[in-house]
Design a binder for this molecule. Structure first.
Ligand code: ADP
Length: 229
């Protein structure tokens, strides 16, 4: 089972990612946890990304994708993975797909956890009181939510078009959300196991740009403008 999750902060990616990983006995690859671990250990990478995390900004793609690629290579013999926190943007979705093709491990399911902002802010502030995460204060929480809506959420439509989207209402208690996710994934499991990588339909990555309202021509134009300035 190969699952990636697309969800706003506070929707329960970490909790549900752990549930899925335990149920299918697959690695739970959580980019936020991996990055926070680097920060805690004061590695070079940790020092380079700390201010991005504290301010709720995205860490540069290269850093995150290299980390995720290494974890996916490790996951190769483990029967799948559950990705938590990646992809978070158009470019990450494209790059992740390329890594998946290269390793013959493209995602079977894109799991979208839906929840309303008010509830997310309530949960994140409650967590802030207990966990003291450096990015769980109201201003940074609102910024992370803004980034989710503008940069991350649009990729949901692309996964829908690809036919691998499963959307779940994450406003309910965690156990009920978990049960619904496992029921959906178990229902799909027999179908997924019979589709070898080479038989999967290749994805047209330009379609992803279209879903974002940008085209190669438009992007080239922006780049040319930028280099002239
Ligand atoms: P949340 O979803 O609650 O914001 P995460 O633990 O998934 O929490 O992420 C925490 C922080 O880690 C993000 O705000 C960002 O700075 C960084 N991060 C995690 N995943 C990525 C990613 N795929 N791309 C860029 N930055 C990331």
């Amino acid at each position: 089972m190969r699952v990636l999750m697309v969800a706003p902060p506070g929707a329960g990616k970490g909790t549900q990612g752990a549930v899925i990983a335990a149920h299918f006995d697959i690695p739970h690859i959580a980019t936020g946890d991996l990055l926070r671990d680097h920060v805690a250990r004061r590695t070079d990478l940790g020092r380079a990304v700390q201010h991005h995390l504290d301010e709720g900004e995205l860490v540069p793609d290269r850093i995150v994708l290299d980390m995720v690629r290494a974890e996916m290579v490790e996951a190769r013999d483990r029967g799948g993975y559950v990705l938590d926190g990646v992809p978070r943007s158009l470019s990450q979705a494209q790059e992740l797909y390329k890594i998946g093709r290269e390793l013959e491990m493209t995602a079977d399911v894109a799991l979208h956890l839906k929840a309303e902002d008010d509830e997310l802010i309530r949960r994140l502030l409650a967590r802030a009181a207990l966990e003291h995460r450096s990015d769980d204060n109201e201003a940074v929480i609102r910024h992370r939510l803004d980034l989710y809506h503008t940069i991350t959420h649009p990729i949901v439509a692309w996964y829908a078009k690809r036919g691998i989207l499963v959307s779940v209402d994450a406003m309910r208690p965690a156990e009920r959300v978990g049960r619904q996710i496992l029921t959906a994934l178990e229902t799909m499991r027999p179908l997924l196991q019979h589709v070898p990588e080479h038989a999967r339909e290749p994805i047209d990555l330009t379609g992803l740009s279209a879903a974002f309202g940008t085209t190669d021509t438009a992007r080239r134009a922006v780049r040319t403008e930028g280099s002239r300035a």
